[in-house]
Design a protein around this ligand. Structure first.
Ligand SMILES: Cc1cc2nc3c(=O)[nH]c(=O)nc-3n(C[C@H](O)[C@H](O)[C@H](O)COP(=O)(O)OP(=O)(O)OC[C@H]3O[C@@H](n4cnc5c(N)ncnc54)[C@H](O)[C@@H]3O)c2cc1C
Length: 199
């Protein structure tokens, strides 16, 4: 293949331009300043803020509070998370069967026992470009945190078909790994093939 001189010049300009733009982006990218020197001036500062009060958030809070890091859990409206909707849980070690509500009440109690504060307020915005990080709560309050653990979970998509609300948890499940053993002996249709569906 023959490449003439003008093509080489154009290619060099394009490659040079891309490198220059990337260089400028990396150079001017705002990075938080993790200096401890001005921390004492920061108001409403919490060492660990956990966003979300489901199994992941309460477990995280249990660890950090137990390690003596003052911890606040901003749990939103659903302290306990999705498992509150689970009638029974059988894949939890050390207990053959327990209700979702029982499990999450125990988890909350355990996190609080080690000193975690669990607050039924949601998080609206987080600014990770400054440090300490800034958190805007959905009640309008602002706090700062040295570290943030985000555990806001996910959401299922339900089909828009008759009976979906009536039979939810009574034959219509959202997680094959969790619910399949309850359906032994029944004919089952699986819709969706992601994470929980593949079980
Ligand atoms: C009916 C049902 C039965 C299930 N059964 C089982 C089972 O038997 N076994 C099993 O292993 N799993 C089961 N699961 C799955 C299990 O519930 C989830 O895997 C688990 O709850 C995920 O935990 P998580 O903490 O990541 O998220 P979630 O439980 O979804 O918790 C998310 C938390 O984040 C909070 N949140 C969300 N947005 C914000 C915000 N902006 N600010 C502050 N907080 C926020 C919510 O209020 C909630 O507290 C079941 C789920 C359902 C729905």
């Amino acid at each position: 293949m023959i490449i003439n001189r003008s093509k080489i010049v154009v290619i060099s300009f394009v490659v040079g331009g891309i490198v220059l733009v990337l260089g400028i982006f990396v150079w001017f990218r705002p990075t938080p300043n993790y200096s401890l020197s001005s921390i004492h001036e920061v108001k409403n500062l919490v060492p660990v803020a956990v966003v979300g009060g489901g199994p992941a958030g309460l477990s995280a809070a249990m660890y950090t509070a137990r390690a003596r890091f003052p911890t606040m859990v901003f749990a939103g409206s659903k302290i306990g998370g999705e498992l509150l909707e689970a009638s029974y849980i059988e894949n939890w070690p050390a207990k053959e069967k327990l209700s979702g509500q029982e499990m999450m009440a125990q988890s909350q109690k355990q996190a609080e026992h080690f000193g975690a504060q669990i607050i039924p307020v949601g998080v609206e915005k987080i600014n990770l470009k400054t440090w300490p990080f800034e958190i805007e709560l959905d009640n309008g309050d602002h706090i700062c945190a040295l570290s943030i653990i985000i555990t806001t979970g996910g959401a299922q998509k339900f089909l828009d078909i008759p009976g979906i609300d009536t039979y939810r948890g009574k034959g219509i499940g959202i997680c094959t790994i969790c619910d399949a053993p309850f359906d032994k002996g029944y004919e089952v249709a699986v819709i969706g093939g992601g994470g929980c569906g593949r079980g």
